[in-house]
Write a protein that binds this ligand. Sequence first.
Ligand SMILES: Cc1cc2nc3c(=O)[nH]c(=O)nc-3n(C[C@H](O)[C@H](O)[C@H](O)COP(=O)(O)OP(=O)(O)OC[C@H]3O[C@@H](n4cnc5c(N)ncnc54)[C@H](O)[C@@H]3O)c2cc1C
Length: 400
Amino acid sequence: MTYDTTVAIPDPASARDAYRQHARTWLQANLPAHMRADSLEYRNPTLAECRDWEAAMYQVGLAGMTWPKQYGGYGLSLREHLAVNKEIGALAMPDSVSSISKELAGPIIMAVGTEEQKQAFLPAILEMREYWCQGFSEPDAGSDLARLRTKAVQEGDSWRINGQKIWTSGAAKAHYCLLLTRTGVVADKHRGLLMFAVPMDTPGIRVVPIKSIDGKDSFAEVFFDDVVVPDSARLGAEDEGWSAAIRVLGIERATNRMYRPWRFECELRQLVQACKSDPALSRLLDDGYYQRRIGEVVAQIDAHKGLVERTVDLMMAGEGIGARGSLTKLYWSECHQAFASLALQLVSHVNPGSSPLARRARKHFTTAYLFARAETIYAGTSEVQLDVIAQRILQLPKDL
Ligand SMILES: Cc1cc2nc3c(=O)[nH]c(=O)nc-3n(C[C@H](O)[C@H](O)[C@H](O)COP(=O)(O)OP(=O)(O)OC[C@H]3O[C@@H](n4cnc5c(N)ncnc54)[C@H](O)[C@@H]3O)c2cc1C
């Protein structure tokens, strides 16, 4: 598939909304029907198709908007990032196959990486030449990451790494792992944590895929058995690991996939259109119960948009995200999970004689429902977000 990447990228200062308009026009003209989840022509896109699509988006200025120009970015502000995300959300396009690279690894490399690391890694991420995975969670360290055991021992100019990670999304396709290790003992907790950029083809790394409830092999266990990396693979200084990890988690909770409420609205539109296309499902929409539930969803989408826009305003004003990320994470995951249950309830009435759009919606929302079970777990569980809100935003004492 080839895309039109010859279009001129507008100067955002040229006209109000110029960048958003550019994103809308290009995405609508170029997104193939077989990659639109709400199209009857949809078929699961391959990794290569997603890679080519995202590489084309980057070439026309729809990725790397806020990254500095010297590392391949467009040197724009979060305003343009938000404007583009609104248009990405408005179309039922595939989620990025490299969001961990672009939204977690990239920002952390920019924050703590050396100049050589920035030059080596950042353009390759934007050009979709290299994917990253995030090796934080372990069998005994998820919510409480400070219990992680994967050990890094310095041996002259290199490090020897032993341990195990789990739930590592995209590990099987990743070229690099953003790996969190410890140099001391578990009792040191937040001290002595060290982050690495580990090439996934280093001898001693074993990736064992885990099948998730939606039938995909999207995450894995990753074993590190006497893995030796040079000191140049270290990201940041010893003891910087914890603050770097917290920064990654803050980004993950607040700004990762900023398009979410707009995509949520797009999914609601898809659901309602599918119901309207079928006489039996259409009758359900006349039912007060479903009308009230859908009304709630509309209100939640609006509030969610407000949360995202407020976060952008605060960041533009120079404020850190801090614990605020937990509000956004808690809200979108709980609301979207409830919506996925409602959608499943509606599409469970679809049968082989239903309209084609209704049958397409049944497939889509059954998968969405299964994946939504994970939404209140990954990037920090709802219980953990509630603790953060209680203790860090409301300043309530720690529950003993
Ligand atoms: C789809 C998916 C993708 C993921 N991708 C990645 C990835 O790419 N990289 C990565 O490193 N990790 C990844 N994870 C792991 C994820 O970050 C962890 O699952 C999550 O942090 C929870 O940790 P845990 O599974 O060990 O559960 P636990 O921490 O053991 O929690 C178990 C239960 O106890 C509750 N609990 C724990 N502590 C508290 C507390 N203090 N107060 C109240 N309740 C508490 C939790 O809310 C939860 O209900 C992914 C997870 C999923 C589901």
